[in-house]
Design a protein around this ligand. Structure first.
Ligand SMILES: Nc1nc2c(ncn2[C@@H]2O[C@H](COP(=O)(O)OP(=O)(O)OP(=O)(O)O)[C@@H](O)[C@H]2O)c(=O)[nH]1
Length: 300
């Protein structure tokens, strides 16, 4: 292990906020497009690492949080338990509030929840500032400053890349002094399998109604690298809760499933660096969200 510069900081941060406030876009903008598939196992067992940002002065590990919401199903409860354990562990919580929407009950609910995690330092991030005129940003900053005593309030735009460095410096400044937690070429420790499953899930959900997303889970049976040709075979299952949903995914004469396959393949091929044969099977597991046995099998 090489010597760490004095004052080097490293730790975990997560972004919370209502759906659609720009958390994913921000994470991607901070981490960059580069994704390393394999990296040595880290010292912790956290599984939901979205990305790792390396700078001269520190290392910021961004952890995914599946959203704070009131549980309605067993899946919801488990996700909330996951959220609670993640938020209880991170060094910094970045609460994202969009510049182009007034603070509402959803934001206030999340803000209240943050009180449960006294260990984490809290930063307000005003997202999408490119979408509104400057005075509106100022107004939003003021409103947010009244929510609580923040370590910092940072206005950013992920899509226009405004103030991302400032945000990064602020976040890293709030981490504990520590040598890097990961090797400096690591970008994420999500497994290849998990990333492929996510790509398939995204492809399957494109253009479908609101009801399906929570009912769909993807599992990977096998990933086979063929020796005889430049080809990776992926065998995956798409799990839904009802026959009607199976019909939606498959489409007339299997047409939609073919599109899903083509879309997913377009994402998977650059990831594995070769052509991909994708075998998708759609299966029905009634009420899997409420069935502990199914939940475990589907990785929740
Ligand atoms: N104008 C503008 N739009 C943005 C910015 N960041 C994100 N968006 C848009 O806001 C929408 C939601 O962004 P996401 O990053 O998916 O939001 P999220 O908070 O991760 O959403 P969930 O996954 O539903 O929690 C997308 O259409 C983005 O293109 C930004 O800096 N400026």
């Amino acid at each position: 292990m090489t010597e760490t510069a004095p004052g080097f900081r490293a730790g975990f941060a997560t972004f919370v906020g209502r759906p659609n406030v720009g958390k994913s876009t921000l994470t991607n903008a901070l981490v960059g497009e580069k994704v390393a598939i394999t990296s040595p196992k880290p010292q912790t067992t956290r599984s939901a690492i979205r990305g790792i940002v390396h700078t001269g002065g520190g290392q910021l590990v961004i952890v995914d949080t599946p959203g704070i919401h009131r549980p309605r199903t067993l899946l919801g409860e488990r996700l909330n338990a996951v959220v609670t354990s993640i938020l209880g562990d991170v060094d910094v919580i970045g609460f994202c509030l969009p510049a182009d929407e007034k603070i509402g009950p959803g934001d206030r609910f999340i803000n209240e929840q943050l009180d449960r995690f006294p260990r984490a330092k809290k930063v307000a991030i005003v997202t999408k500032i490119d979408a509104v005129p400057r005075p509106a940003v100022a107004e939003q900053l003021l409103a947010i400053s009244e929510l609580r005593d923040w370590e910092a309030i940072v206005p950013v735009s992920a899509t226009s890349r405004i103030q991302l460095d400032t945000l990064l410096t602020q976040l890293i400044g709030l981490l504990p002094e520590s040598p890097p937690l990961y090797p400096d070429d690591a970008v994420t420790d999500e497994t290849l399998e998990h990333r492929i499953a996510e790509l398939i899930r995204e492809a399957a959900l494109e253009g479908v109604s609101d009801e399906l997303p929570h009912s769909l889970a993807v599992t990977i049976d096998d990933i086979v690298e063929r020796d005889d040709k430049e080809l990776v075979e992926v065998y995956a299952n798409l799990w839904v809760e009802r026959d009607s949903q199976k019909g939606i995914i498959i489409g007339k004469g299997g047409a939609r499933l073919q599109e899903v396959g083509a879309r997913a393949r377009a994402g998977i091929e650059p990831l594995v660096g070769s052509q991909v044969y994708l075998n998708l099977r759609v299966k029905v597991a009634p009420n899997w969200q409420r069935d502990p046995k199914h939940l475990s099998r589907l990785g929740f």
